[in-house]
Design a protein. Sequence first.
Length: 220
Amino acid sequence: MKLNKYIDHTLLKADATKEKITQLCEEAKTYDFASVCVNTYWVSYCKQLLQGSDVKVCTVVGFPLGAMSSKAKAFETADAIEQGAEEIDMVLNIGELKAGNYDAVRNDVKAVVDAAKGYCVKVILENCLLTKEEIVKACELCVDAGATFVKTSTGFSTSGATVEDVALMKEAVKEKCKVKAAGGVRNADDLAKMIEAGADRIGTSAGVALMQNKEHTSGY
């Protein structure tokens, strides 16, 4: 797979303006990225801008904390799909995972998977808040619930993706699910290491810099 198709070109900051979202989509078309990843408010606008291109619209659900009700996550997912989203990046219920309430975690993911009606669902684990054992368990629950990907991070917590976590997740899902690395992937070396560790997709705000092989410092 070409490098550009690993990249979800991402802009999830609260102060993202229409102008910045337009720029994101234009860049995604120029470099033919896998998707643009935006908050749900911008889904229909991005769908219009990307019409006729091979770039998908990805959006986030239950973002960035994951502590919303499953019903709310499912509603947000269904609405995003209706507006034109083709990929959903949801945040796991982190508190319930850490408390060992695994049925609640699995059911939460499944509610989103069901609402997505066959579209790609990536589940953000927020690894920086989890132990290695919790990461493995989360991966197993996501596979059970029918997720398409497990994802390392929101990019809004204490740290982002690590090579070690990507490799751990890749092993844990046992080819039944894909892995997305997000948060802190800012240069070509980072990108290469994540892919080598097993990442099938990269979420980054540094897509253009990565394609131009330049350092990017503005964050996720």
